[in-house]
Write a protein that binds this ligand. Structure first.
Ligand code: ADP
Ligand code: TRP
Length: 319
C-alpha cells in the first residue's frame, strides 16, 4: 500500500507532535511503502524569511530521522527538490472549480482569523492534490482538519480522469482516531502557539523545569491524589503500558508521594523515551552532509516516479 504524508516544518517539535504525528507516521513504514516529504512549498504561505524556512526544513529532516524515520524503508525528500509537482499543480488547477476552493474550511478559517489571503493560501489544496496524485498515492494519513483536502484531491482527480482517461489513482484519507489530543502544561491542547508545550529535545534541566510548571491541584502532601484529570498523569500515561499505568494510579492513591515526585518521574519518562533519538540527533546535527545525502537520495527516487507520471499526464492532455 502506498502511503504518503507531508510534514509542515514549523520550528521546534513537541511531545504533542511526537505522539500525535511522528510516532504514528513512523509506525506506518513497517507495513507500507511510505512516502514522506517536507512540504516547504506549502510552508511558503507562512514563511517569514529565507533563513528560517531553510533552517526549519533541515531541522524537520534531522528530527524525523532521529525519532526513527528509516530512509532505507521510507522515501524521504524535500518537496521543492521535485519541482515537477508545480507543473502538475498548474495542470490540476484547470480541473479545480473556484467553488471547490471557496468551500475549503482551512482557507475560510484562516481568512476569518484575519490572515490576509493571497493566491497561494487559496490554492494550497491544489498543490496538496498534486503532491498526492503525482506519486499514485493510495492512502493519506491526516488530522481531521486535512480530510477535506484529500476529498478535494479525489474530486480533482475524478474530473481529470473523466476527461482524459484513468491517469490518477483515487486516494483515500485515513484518520488515526486512537491518537488523543495531548494536553500541554496548562491542560489545554499542547501547541507551539499556546506557550504550553514540552519540546521534544530539551536539555535535562530545562525539561525538569518545564515539567515542574505543569498545572496540578494543591492537595497537601500525605493525602491521596486524584490521578483522573491530572495533567501530569495524562502526559505520563502516554509513555506507559496498562500495567505501568495501574502502578502509577496506585502511587497517586497511596498518598505517600506529592505532585513534585510525579513531575520528577515524568521528566525521567520523557528523558528515557528519547535517549536513543537524542543520540541520533546529536549525530545528524554534526553530520548534516549525511542528512542532505539522505534527502537527495529520496528526491531521486521520488523524481523518477514523478517523471514517469508527468510523461503520461502531458501526453494525455496534449502538452
Ligand atoms: P502546533 O499545534 O504546535 O502548531 P502543528 O499544527 O504544527 O502543531 O501539528 C503538527 C502535527 O502534530 C499535526 O499532525 C497535529 O495533529 C499533531 N499535533 C500537534 N499538537 C498535538 C497535540 N496536542 N496532540 C496530538 N497531536 C498533536
Ligand atoms: N497540508 C498538510 C498539513 O498542513 C501538509 C501536506 C502538504 C500534506 N501536502 C500534503 C499532507 C500531502 C498529506 C499529503 O499538515
Amino acid at each position: 500500500m502506498r502511503v504518503l504524508t507531508g510534514i509542515q516544518a514549523s520550528g521546534k517539535l513537541h511531545i504533542g507532535n511526537y505522539f500525535g504525528a511522528m510516532k504514528p507516521m513512523i509506525e506506518l513504514q513497517e507495513e507500507n511503502e511510505l512516502f514522506t516529504f517536507i512540504a516547504n512549498y506549502h510552508s511558503l504561505t507562512t514563511s517569514k524569511d529565507a533563513e528560517t524556512l531553510r533552517q526549519y526544513t533541515i531541522d524537520a529532516a534531522v528530527d524525523y530521522l532521529s525519532v526513527g524515520l528509516d530512509p532505507k524503508k521510507t522515501t524521504f525528500w524535500v518537496q521543492s527538490h521535485v519541482p515537477e509537482v508545480l507543473e502538475l499543480y498548474w495542470i490540476l488547477s484547470k480541473f479545480t472549480p473556484m467553488g471547490l476552493l471557496e468551500r475549503a474550511h482551512s482557507y475560510k478559517d484562516k481568512v476569518a482569523k484575519g490572515i490576509s489571503a493571497n493566491h497561494a493560501l487559496f490554492s494550497y489544496p491544489v498543490l496538496m492534490a498534486a503532491d498526492i496524485l503525482l506519486y499514485d498515492t493510495q492512502k493519506v494519513p491526516v488530522g481531521k482538519d486535512q480530510i477535506q483536502h484529500v476529498e478535494m484531491t479525489r474530486d480533482i482527480a475524478i474530473k481529470f480522469n473523466n476527461e482524459y482517461g484513468e491517469i490518477f489513482v483515487l486516494p483515500e484519507h485515513v484518520v488515526q482516531e486512537e491518537v488523543a489530543t495531548i494536553p500541554g502544561i496548562d491542560g489545554q491542547k499542547m501547541s507551539k502557539s499556546y506557550d504550553n508545550a514540552i519540546d521534544l529535545f530539551m536539555p535535562e534541566k530545562p525539561l525538569q523545569k518545564r515539567c515542574n510548571k505543569i498545572l496540578s491541584s494543591s492537595t497537601p502532601l500525605g493525602e491521596p491524589l486524584d490521578w483522573e484529570g491530572c495533567n501530569i498523569y495524562d502526559i505520563a500515561a502516554l509513555f506507559l503500558n496498562d500495567e505501568e499505568k495501574l502502578e502509577l494510579q496506585e502511587r497517586y492513591k497511596s498518598g505517600k508521594e506529592g505532585y513534585g515526585h510525579f513531575k520528577k518521574y515524568l521528566k525521567e519518562l520523557i528523558w528515557e523515551e528519547l535517549a536513543e533519538a537524542r543520540e541520533k540527533r546529536e549525530y545528524y546535527l554534526s553530520h548534516l552532509d549525511e542528512v542532505n545525502d539522505i534527502l537527495a537520495f529520496g528526491a531521486k527516487k521520488a523524481k523518477s516516479i514523478a517523471d514517469a507520471k508527468m510523461e503520461k499526464v502531458r501526453a494525455a492532455i496534449g502538452l
